[in-house]
Design a protein around this ligand. Structure first.
Ligand code: SF4
Ligand code: SF4
Length: 336
């Protein structure tokens, strides 16, 4: 189904909308406005190709997906970045490292002076053909933010697939052997997301548990743990619906709306770009096709004028309650 939008700011109907009040109205009732600040992060989703097919995936990524960024699109993105320097370029997917021009892009962005984040699923580091990926990331001082939904095998394998826990541990050991999580210039952060229709536990407490368990059982070191709430989008929304949890999950998110989380929402300082160069508020809005263009014409990054960027309203819908529930949720974990 193609969803057609008429103007920025308009809500898009989706499965979650049927079970939640308007997010925009809730902001208003709580005296909050969702305004942009100066962009700090250019987040590039390089496509939907991935070596895994996780239950919670909001991208519907997998090994059979054909949507993958092309070199000519990346060249236009790099040209825009050269003219509009960003402190951080955040690479995501899918498995971003599977994009054929991933390494070319990292080299270009480093040459422009931006800090680079690679959102890594860990298992890609031990896939045949990617044996030197860890060394490449270390050589280019790429920060690694890695998915690790639990410190014990059962939850990880249930959410991500059989054998994923062991491969993740191998990936983490490889990163540690290169200095990741140990050397100050090679940060390694882990990402936890719940294995079901729940909110994440307190980030600091869980980080302490992860550090203790991963060190004791596997000798693994890392810097910080980020807790991220699963948003009711794409594969996770389908899973909720299929298992009869969608209504309860939306109620959980709405009941836990925290106005204090609004100021830390990542859409305030992020420009999110998909594999075709289209611009969005965040990776979740990408999956909802809530682009920032007019009608059927998405705004392209190379047409973004930072002088007027902050005037474009952030587009919200029911899934946004996932970012404001409890301690809040962003690509950098809890926000309050
Ligand atoms: S959650 Fe990440 S690792 Fe899992 S299928 Fe989606 S993109 Fe791949
Ligand atoms: S899903 Fe979250 S980050 Fe995206 S627009 Fe909504 S509140 Fe902002």
């Amino acid at each position: 189904m193609t969803l057609t939008l008429s103007r920025p700011g308009e809500r898009l109907p989706n499965a979650a909308d049927a079970h939640a009040p308007s997010f925009a109205a809730t902001l208003l009732e709580n005296g909050k406005t969702l305004t942009r600040s100066d962009p700090q992060v250019l987040q590039l989703n390089l496509g939907k190709l991935c070596n895994l097919t996780c239950v919670h995936c909001h991208v519907n990524a997998g090994p059979g997906r054909k949507e993958i960024v092309r070199r000519d699109t990346l060249e236009r993105i790099v040209d825009w970045l050269a003219a509009n320097p960003m402190p951080t370029v955040d690479l995501t997917g899918g498995a971003p490292e599977m994009a054929p021009d991933f390494r070319w892009l990292v080299e270009q962005v480093r040459a422009l002076g931006s800090h680079i984040i690679d959102r890594c699923n860990l298992t890609i580091l031990v896939e045949p053909g990617y044996e030197d990926l860890g060394s490449f990331l270390a050589a280019h001082r790429v920060e690694v933010i890695a998915s690790m939904p639990c410190y014990s095998p059962d939850n990880v394998n249930e959410q991500r697939g059989d054998g994923v826990f062991d491969d993740s541990i191998r990936g983490l050991r490889l990163l540690n052997s290169l200095g990741y999580g140990i050397r100050p210039d090679l940060p390694l952060h882990l990402v936890y997301n719940p294995n079901g229709p729940n909110l994440p536990p307190a980030q600091d407490d869980l980080e302490a548990d992860y550090k203790r368990e991963l060190r004791a059982h596997f000798g693994i070191e890392f810097n910080n743990l980020y807790t991220i709430t699963n948003l009711p989008v794409a594969r996770f929304a389908s899973w909720l619906k299929r298992n009869g949890h969608l209504e309860d999950y939306m109620k959980l998110l709405v009941d836990n709306f925290n106005p204090a989380a609004v100021d830390g929402l990542m859409c305030r300082d992020t420009i999110s770009v998909d594999w075709q160069g289209n611009v969005f508020d965040c990776d979740f809005n990408q999956q909802m096709n809530m682009h920032l263009g007019a009608g059927d014409n998405p705004l392209k990054l190379w047409d973004v004028d930072l002088g007027t960027w902050k005037q474009i309203p952030v587009r919200t819908a029911a899934h946004c309650y996932g970012c404001t529930a409890g301690c809040g949720s962003s690509c950098g974990g809890a926000v309050v």
